[in-house]
Design a protein around this ligand. Structure first.
Ligand code: EPZ
Length: 420
């Protein structure tokens, strides 16, 4: 177990490069089992614990997985020998549910541990299971495992009652090898869903409408192995932009896609940041100013992303004025609030809203990370706090951020990782 130690008060300055998007790479790794010839080669892979866990999951199924020294991943599913995702792996990473659609579609069989909840919510998967049942799968729940089988999935008209990112991705992957046409209504529109669809189409799938709320898929006979580079991580991009804003610095985030973070940019401009864009880079200059409070309401893409809620909460704790943060996606995504309160933040949570009165400053303290994005928000608070902040349980942060302390050190942050 490690912890991070941060001495706050240093305005961040310089350039930082964004890694590949965790939430695009994880479904692509799972989709690779559907390739019936040659290898899948995935590039721009972030060095993350969730990627390592997914590779372990695929390897224990018998998929041959090799990493080259550029962190490109080569997968050969021809050696697969079981269709099983065990609890001991799934409990550490809920997105393992993403193997369900590919295994059912390619092999007609899957036994996947129910993911269970996590710190931010119960995280049910009934929409995934109902949609696969609609496509002809027989699905049972036995001793905490989803057991699923089918002769061949049949295309269907799927309408999700709520927008679900991995639900859309599971059905998108499952429908590529199904018989006939599948229409997914109320589909998720996240850039990671679009990237997955582009990857599947390059493998030979027939998908249209991705990026809108109605996706159409015509099943094909087989998918081939291809080489593909994942899109940059928009949440890492947003996190570094907030790091610049909260410390009053000037940072250029490179190798990103500015159009994927427009709602974040809009809010940071309202907080007083001076932002200049190119297609692949964003420069935020806070000019030493204290941010202005901004109200936030999360929603499915293209609305403000829930994965950036904790980071904007941190910014608002030191902003001028009052703000309200409304979390519409997850039922328990304010775990970072009580930790920030220990640093002097003035925040009250009422139902799915956090009401914040900005403080002149935060005071460094020992705090505990509870989930991935909460960890990031505590780092941001530590970067601006007076004195030393120690963040424990940072295995959460390692699931979703590639070498975050090295990247922050490059920008001048006084941050280090020490064993506990
Ligand atoms: C994905 O989770 C992301 N994870 C999450 O990122 C992200 O926060 C979330 O989408 C929302 O954008 C990956 O892509 C691996 P949902 P997912 O299904 O797909 C409810 C991060 O920090 N729901 O879109 O699990 C659900 O409880 C992670 O990188 C059902 O009720 O989220 C939630 O309230 C955290 N039944 C809402 O829908 C279902 O069957 C949206 O969840 C499925 C979902």
């Amino acid at each position: 177990m490690d912890k991070l130690i941060i001495r706050g008060g240093v305005p961040l300055n310089g350039e930082v490069s964004v890694s590949g998007a965790k939430n695009a790479v994880l479904p692509m790794l799972c989709a690779s089992v559907m390739a019936s010839d040659k290898h899948v080669i995935l590039k721009n892979i972030p060095h993350l614990h969730d990627v390592t866990t997914t590779v372990r999951l695929l390897r224990q199924m018998g998929v041959s997985v090799t990493l080259d020294d550029n962190m490109n991943i080569q997968l050969d599913p021809s050696t697969i020998k079981n269709y099983y995702a065990p609890y001991d792996l799934v409990k550490t990473m809920r997105s393992s549910i993403l193997v369900l659609g590919p295994l059912l579609s390619r092999f007609g069989s899957a036994k996947v541990s129910l993911p269970g909840g996590c710190a931010i919510g119960t995280r049910p998967v009934e929409m995934h299971l109902d949609a696969l049942t609609q496509m002809g799968a027989s699905i049972g729940i036995d001793n905490g495992y989803i057991t699923a089988s089918c002769k061949k999935l049949i295309g269907a008209e799927i309408r999700f009652s709520k927008t679900t990112v991995t639900g859309t991705e599971n059905i998108l992957m499952a429908s590529t090898l199904a018989e006939g046409k599948t229409i997914i209504s109320n589909a998720a529109r996240e850039p990671e869903v679009v990237d997955l669809a582009n990857f599947l189409n390059k493998m030979g799938a027939s998908i249209t409408g991705h990026g809108t709320d109605i996706i159409e898929v015509t099943g094909v006979e087989k998918l081939r192995g291809v080489s593909y580079s994942a899109l940059p991580d928009r949440i890492e991009t947003g996190t570094f932009l907030v790091a610049a804003a909260i410390t009053g610095g000037c940072v250029t985030v490179k190798n990103t896609i500015s159009s994927h973070v427009s709602t974040i940019i809009e809010k940071l401009k309202l907080s007083g940041a001076d932002i200049t864009l190119t297609d692949t880079s964003i420069t935020l200059d806070m000019k030493g100013k204290r941010p202005l409070a901004v109200d936030i309401e999360t929603g499915a893409y293209p609305l403000f992303p829930t994965d950036m809620q904790a980071q904007l909460t941190a910014l608002n704790t030191v902003a001028k004025g009052k703000s309200i943060i409304k979390e519409n996606i997850f039922e328990n995504r304010f775990m970072h609030v009580q930790e920030m309160t220990r640093m002097g933040a003035d925040i009250r949570v009422e139902n799915n809203c956090a009401k914040i009165s900005g403080s002149e400053k935060l005071i460094g303290a020992s705090v505990m990370a509870t989930d991935l994005r909460a960890s990031a928000s505590l780092i941001l608070a530590g970067l601006v706090a007076t004195g030393i902040t120690e963040i424990e349980r940072i295995y959460h942060i390692d699931r979703g951020y590639d070498c975050i302390e090295e990247k922050l050190q490059q920008l001048g942050a006084n941050i280090s990782r020490v064993p506990v």
